[in-house]
Design a protein around this ligand. Sequence first.
Ligand SMILES: Cc1cc2nc3c(=O)[nH]c(=O)nc-3n(C[C@H](O)[C@H](O)[C@H](O)COP(=O)(O)O)c2cc1C
Length: 185
Amino acid sequence: MKKYSKKKLPLDKTRSLLEPGPIVLVSSQWKDDRSIMTMGWHAMMGYEAIGCYIWDANFSHNLIKKSKQCVINLPEKHLLETAIAIGNTTGADIDKFAEFGLTAEKGRKVQAPLIKECYANFECEVIDTRLVNQFNFFVLQVVAAQSAISPKYPETFHYRGSGVFMVSGENIDRSKFFTPEMLDG
Ligand SMILES: Cc1cc2nc3c(=O)[nH]c(=O)nc-3n(C[C@H](O)[C@H](O)[C@H](O)COP(=O)(O)O)c2cc1C
């Protein structure tokens, strides 16, 4: 398994990794129960808040609702098969850390475990639940973040539906066409 050395990431840099819409792994814990779910339906809401759809049939839904915390972990391509397996099993039946050979790391700000094998980890608190009953939509605030130092751009994967994924590729720098204030973050 790939090993990373990571450093603290300023919270307002979260968007640089999540704005492209990668598949993420959400880890959560409540009392003795923990789980990981695969997630594609998430969106930046400003620099440090993230909205996400967490289906109420998922075991993770209640863990996050009760603990009001979770960790968003950013996997690279080498974890694609693991992410599919995580997304096709439930933490109600198995411990996904043990089952899929992932290492649970202690966070700085939340009780939910971080996944060591991921490129970046965003510790989050639930700050708004007003759309949970109607839309399964949680609003999270990032309270601590860390990221690998290299590669500069992680090889993330993105879901197109029907079992088909896209892997992040070419970078095109067009910063010279941006006004300075639009280059923040
Ligand atoms: C590629 C992929 C993307 C997914 N995206 C989401 C999502 O955005 N929201 C969601 O609620 N479930 C999503 N799922 C389904 C959950 O990951 C799945 O139901 C998982 O097994 C829940 O685990 P749990 O019961 O331990 O919480 C996705 C699954 C896959 C494979």
